[in-house]
Design a protein around this ligand. Structure first.
Ligand SMILES: C[S@@+](CC[C@H](N)C(=O)[O-])C[C@H]1O[C@@H](n2cnc3c(N)ncnc32)[C@H](O)[C@@H]1O
Length: 526
């Protein structure tokens, strides 16, 4: 079948947190769905009683080969994401391998899965017009097939008749004959217009409701549009061009960034292996094509996959001038170990004798990932510890990084479902831990020492608000000029006096990472 997806395929990053889910058509009664409503127990048959392709096995894989294996994989991932909180970037590669899909089939499955997940907000707005039933009242199989079909119709080069026919077959195979006519009718309605036409009907007028317009146009919940606008200093109703660019970039396929361990490899080695030197990080390179594990330095643990802004956060901490000792560094929230790997390399080269990095991580299984990340570097020790209940004495360290747990709104490119899964309540509930970890980091650093507070979220409640609240209780702490530690990177100034660094995908091609550099007052402060 000559099908050419228009959108890019999603990028799969190794070492992502969280557990893979398994696909399932089983619904938990009354389970809260991703549209935030209680899902009624549908009358339809999610187990596919009259499923002509055979029953599902316990892993959700088919016992007989489905007639459309690529779309079946996409559907199974969407159902697992919706019903079991699975992570697409973990489950998809598992299913592709399990069902032995490669080449064009794998590319199609990837494009459809990531496209339907990212575009859900837009597609649901269109489907709300085309369906005479509330989307939330539909059987999950029917709803996900409609989203997949709508993505194919509005955002790929797949012929409309093929998009509709394959969707009808998919729903027949998964849920029986009964919903096939409904899916056929709805998708035929979707096929009557292109995306631009649908947006003019489905999205609010930009002048009347700029946030609502951007939410539907770029497929985000309203609260994320508002959060990005606030972080970019743009007001709803005024010029929101930066917000719009940030939203658009959040749905793009991220390049794979690699980072060497200083002392064990250098940027030149990655370039010689076919990568492009990173724009700013002296340790980084971009891999445009292929498997990172095929690069010798990565396979041997002398380099790893790490976003360039994440590299620069670690570099910024290491660049701040210190008076006095510079021998003990702490990574307080180290798992899975990207920054710890780079910091361990940098520590080994610090000063004359080098420094030693302690990498602490709350969760044992993530501490094991840190251990394997730093295993090639001699200068690091990994401990399982709660940063808020320190396993170290006060003022024990010269440099501390608190790369705190956060909403991850800065890495939406890598996690296509995250924008629908995260809620404002998550951001609120993380605030206490973020404040406690930053306060503990300031306690852990000696007078004159430096703390880097880092998040992979641009949300002000996780960035500037946290720093402001903690510093209000510790008025002597100095806010250092973080962008000055990264003079090579343009356009990162943020916050009062522009002293914080805020990266953005649309400006820097990186995750939206926030960095504050803070110095404990002391006699040795220069
Ligand atoms: C944003 S991630 C850190 C990413 C890491 N620095 C890297 O570059 O790979 C936050 C980590 O903090 C850990 N964590 C959560 N609460 C913690 C606590 N109280 N003490 C220490 N680590 C904690 C989480 O398990 C998670 O691995």
């Amino acid at each position: 079948m000559a099908e050419t997806p228009r959108g890019g395929t999603g990028q799969i990053q190794p070492g992502q947190p969280n557990q893979p889910g398994q696909p399932s058509h089983r619904r938990e009664p009354g389970k809260q769905n991703q549209r935030g409503k209680r899902r009624p127990q549908g009358k339809d048959n999610p187990q596919g009683k009259d499923n002509p392709q055979g029953k599902r096995n316990p892993q959700g894989g088919r016992q007989r080969q489905p007639r459309d294996p690529a779309r079946q994989v996409a559907l199974d991932v969407l159902l697992a994401v919706a019903d079991r909180d699975a992570y697409a970037n973990l489950l998809l590669p598992q299913l592709l391998a399990q069902r032995q899909l490669s080449g064009r089939d794998a590319a199609l499955a990837t494009e459809l899965t990531y496209g339907a997940l990212r575009g859900r907000g837009t597609y649901d707005a269109v489907l709300d017009i085309c369906c005479d039933r509330d989307l939330d009242s539909l059987d999950p199989v029917v709803r996900e097939v409609l989203r997949l079909g709508t993505h194919q119709l509005l955002a790929t080069r797949i012929q409309p008749h093929a998009a509709v026919a394959t969707s009808v077959n998919l729903v027949k195979d998964a849920a029986g004959q009964r919903p096939a006519g409904f899916v056929n009718a709805v998708l035929r309605r979707v096929a009557t217009r292109d995306l631009a036409d649908w947006l003019s009907l489905a999205a609010p007028a930009r002048d009347a409701d700029s946030v609502g317009y951007l939410a539907v146009r770029y497929s985000y919940p309203r609260w994320i549009v508002e959060a990005f606008a606030a972080a970019l200093g743009e007001a709803p109703g005024a010029d929101m061009s930066q917000t719009e660019a940030a939203l658009a970039a959040g749905s793009e396929r991220p390049a794979v960034h690699l980072c060497v361990v200083p002392g064990l490899a250098d940027q030149q080695e990655l370039v010689a292996a076919g990568c492009t030197a990173a724009r700013w990080s002296p340790f980084g390179a971009y891999l445009t094509d292929g498997d990172p594990a095929a690069i010798a330095a990565v396979a041997e643990g002398r380099a790893g996959v790490q976003d360039e802004a994440s590299q620069l956060a670690a570099a910024a901490l290491s660049r701040v001038g210190l008076d006095g000792a510079d021998a003990r560094w702490l990574d307080m929230c180290a798992g899975p170990g990207g920054k710890a790997r780079l910091l361990a390399g940098l520590a080994s080269q610090a000063g004359g004798a080098g420094a030693r990095l302690v990498a602490a991580e709350l969760r044992e299984h993530r501490a094991r990932l840190v251990q394997s990340a730093v295993t090639q570097v001699g200068s690091a020790g990994v401990i399982v510890a709660d940063g808020t209940v320190p396993a170290w004495r006060e003022a024990a360290f010269d440099r501390v990084i608190a790369d705190v747990p956060c909403s991850g709104l800065g890495a939406l490119r890598r996690r296509p479902e995250a924008r629908w899964r995260r809620t404002p309540a998550d951001v609120q509930s993380l605030g206490g831990l973020q404040r406690a970890l930053l306060a503990a980091a300031l306690d852990a650093v000696r007078p004159g020492g430096v703390v880097a507070y880092v998040t992979c979220s641009p949300h002000l409640a996780e960035t500037q608000d946290v720093v402001a609240d903690v510093l209000a209780a510790q008025p002597g702490v100095e806010v250092l000029d973080a962008p000055a530690a990264l003079p090579e990177v343009p356009g990162i100034r943020a916050g009062p006096g522009g002293r914080y660094a805020q990266f953005w995908p649309h400006l820097h091609g990186t995750d939206a990472i926030f960095i504050a550099l803070l110095r404990q007052p002391g006699p040795t402060t220069p």
